[in-house]
Write a protein that binds this ligand. Structure first.
Ligand code: ATP
Ligand code: RIB
Length: 304
């Protein structure tokens, strides 16, 4: 069904996840209840999400020459993500220290490690692969210069880019017309559009800068999408029992890309992606929580 691959340019981390009664305050020590070492990183999570849903996915990134690097590569490969453009570099792989509280809240510290080696030069080396993509997925856990170089390249080749601005960082004005979709969560949106604006107002502001579509992710509330072509809709989140929301946004982006690439309308693609993300929050882990295509189809069929 997919004629062109999805190319993900982004981070690959090992997540060190502690379950804890609540997020500790500064200076506080808490006794956790559980610990897991599990593959993550926003780029790799989005790649696995899309591959589990049936897309042909190529990952451009970097891991270290440590044991985590080996495990991260093999996990991507077992999800059928093409890792031939993932560099193996000296030094540690990216890691994320994550605390997940009993109420579902989380806090994350990312140490980029090898993700710092995802340079503009690496993008240049994979120019042809990027130019042949159906959609390119980007986030902000790799150097900003690399993200900007990738956006330039995609704009010139007319390859649609979905940028997840996570973690939030200042972006140059030149980037907006190069983006097909911009997908901040509620916190990130505050940096790009005034805090406290309703999503409709924030979306109008962002579209006025030249981006073609926005998906404003609002956790358990749902997602608001709007396009420069005049389509807009609010898709409420599906009711599920959430136990771990880490990477819900990544699952949304991977699934959104798959559905858009299949030619689905933005509203229906966002509904498909919301269903995938709803399933993911009922499971622990980042990549481990990404649903298969049949699960999302069955979940959606059960809603109607
Ligand atoms: P993360 O940073 O943890 O990857 P995010 O903050 O980027 O996630 P969210 O806004 O938390 O993204 O979630 C993305 C989408 O996932 C939401 O728009 C919604 O569709 C779905 N989702 C998130 N939390 C829940 C929940 N508790 N129940 C159902 N769906 C959810
Ligand atoms: O979006 C979730 C991801 O953020 C985690 O997997 C972690 O690696 C951090 O990058």
């Amino acid at each position: 069904m997919f004629t062109k691959p999805i190319v993900v340019i982004g981070s690959i981390n090992m997540d060190l996840v502690a379950r804890t009664p609540r997020i500790p305050l500064a200076g506080q020590t808490l006794t956790g209840t559980d610990f897991a070492t599990t593959p993550g990183g926003k780029g790799a999570n989005q790649a696995v999400a899309a591959a589990r849903l049936g897309a042909h996915v190529q990952m451009i990134g970097a891991v270290g020459n440590d044991v985590f690097g080996e495990a991260l590569l093999s996990n991507l490969a077992s999800a059928a993500v093409d890792t031939r453009a993932v560099a193996r570099v000296p030094g540690p792989s990216g890691v994320a220290q994550i605390q997940v509280a009993d109420n579902g809240q989380n806090s994350i510290v990312v140490v980029p490690g090898a993700n710092g080696a995802v340079t503009s030069e690496l993008i240049r080396q994979h120019t042809k692969l990027i130019q042949a993509a159906g959609i390119v997925l980007l986030q902000l856990e790799i150097p900003l210069d690399t993200v900007l170089a990738a956006c330039e390249l995609c704009a010139a080749a007319q390859v649609p880019v979905i940028l997840d601005p996570a973690p939030a960082a200042s972006l140059p004005e030149t980037i907006w017309p190069q983006l097909a979709w911009f997908t901040p969560n509620e916190t990130e949106l505050g940096l790009y559009s005034g805090n406290g604006f309703p999503p409709e107002t924030a979306a109008k502001q962002l579209l006025a800068r030249g981006v073609h579509g926005v998906a404003l992710k609002r956790g358990a509330e749902g997602v608001y999408i709007a396009t420069s072509a005049g389509e807009s809709s609010w898709i409420p989140a599906f009711h599920v029992e959430a136990i771990d929301t880490v990477a819900a946004g990544d699952c949304f982006n991977g699934a959104f890309a798959v559905s858009l690439l299949e030619g689905t309308s933005p509203t229906d693609a966002a509904r498909f992606a919301s269903a995938a993300a709803a399933i993911s929050v009922t499971r622990r882990g980042a990549q481990a929580s990404m649903p298969a295509r049949a699960e999302v189809d069955a979940f959606l069929a059960a809603q109607s």
